[in-house]
Each structure stands twice: as structure tokens, then as C-alpha cells.
Design a protein around this ligand. Sequence first.
Ligand SMILES: *[C@@H]1O[C@H](CO)[C@@H](O)[C@H](O)[C@H]1NC(C)=O
Ligand SMILES: *[C@@H]1O[C@H](CO)[C@@H](O)[C@H](O)[C@H]1NC(C)=O
Length: 164
Amino acid sequence: MVLRYLQFFQLVIIILSVYGLTVAPEKQLLCTSNDIDILYSYCGSGRDNFLFSVEPCLLRDRSNWQGTIFWIPKADLTVVNARIQLSNGPSKAFKWESTICHGMDDDYSFCGTLKGETINTTVKISGSGSKYLQLLKGEYIVILEIFTGLKELVTCVNYTLFLK
Ligand SMILES: *[C@@H]1O[C@H](CO)[C@@H](O)[C@H](O)[C@H]1NC(C)=O
Ligand SMILES: *[C@@H]1O[C@H](CO)[C@@H](O)[C@H](O)[C@H]1NC(C)=O
């Protein structure tokens, strides 16, 4: 039964690739080091104009990184909320939600950007999260969702972290 299902699935994939469609977007490599590999794709079928990368490509024993954001948002960035979910296999290990733009006196330069404008900026990231989380070797999925205004989802990125 399982085998048959797999064969059927392979057939579907072959048909879809022949016709130039893809079922799930292929993950692109964001960075690789002897500590971690990070890959990403967008959650939906579409490609968002959003790229968030972190330097250096190291997680363990670090508390400072530089994030680079390249983004052409699909909505005005007046009020912006972000949700990050980290999971390892079927268990949801960690969930973080925060307002990153309040609409006034915001810390981030990209707050206030209008729909369709280009953001190309860096942000400093600090935290000792990597010391609190017990990061074992293996594969982690991090879903980053960005909402504007009254919970309109504007961007969703699916990162895969391979901890070595
Ligand atoms: C994220 O990617 C993983 C592995 O590529 C996949 O199993 C999972 O369904 C994806 N989740 C979402 C919300 O796109
Ligand atoms: C972003 O800005 C940097 C310089 O600040 C530039 O080198 C880079 O090419 C820009 N990226 C894009 C995608 O425009």
C-alpha cells in the first residue's frame, strides 16, 4: 500500500515536472559552515520578495550576528508583527511572537516603508538564545511569518537548519 502510494506520488511528481510545475518549492541554500547549514523556501507557492540572512553562519557559542534584510513588502510596514516557530520533528519546541513596528518611534529603519518600496538594510541581532536552547545535532524547521496591520500575512519563510 505504501509502495503503491509512493509510486503514485512519483508519477504525479514526474507529470508535474514535465509540465513545469512544482509541488513544494525547492529549498535554496542560504549559508553553510561546519556548525550549521541553513536552507529556505517560501511557505506558499509564490516567491516573496523577501530575503533574510545572518552572518556569520554559526549558531553555537555566539551572541551577536548581523542580519541582512532585502525586502519589497506587499503592504505598508506601519504596524508589523513577527511570529517565529521552531520545531524539531513533530514537536513544536519554541514559539516567539513580537511587534517589530508599532507605527511610531520604531527601532528598525525599515518600519514605515511603503508597499513596493525596496528595503536593503542590516540589523544587529544579539541574544543568548543559543545558550538556553538545547541545540542537539539534527534538523530544525523555523517558520518565520510576518503580519501587517490586522494580522494580514505578508511574508512566510520556511527555514531548515541542519545542526552538525
Ligand atoms: C517547511 O519545510 C519542511 C521541509 O522542507 C516541510 O516539511 C514543511 O511542511 C514546511 N512547512 C511549511 C509551513 O511550509
Ligand atoms: C544592498 O546594498 C548593498 C550595499 O549597501 C549592495 O552591495 C547590494 O548589492 C544591495 N543588494 C541588492 C539586492 O540590491
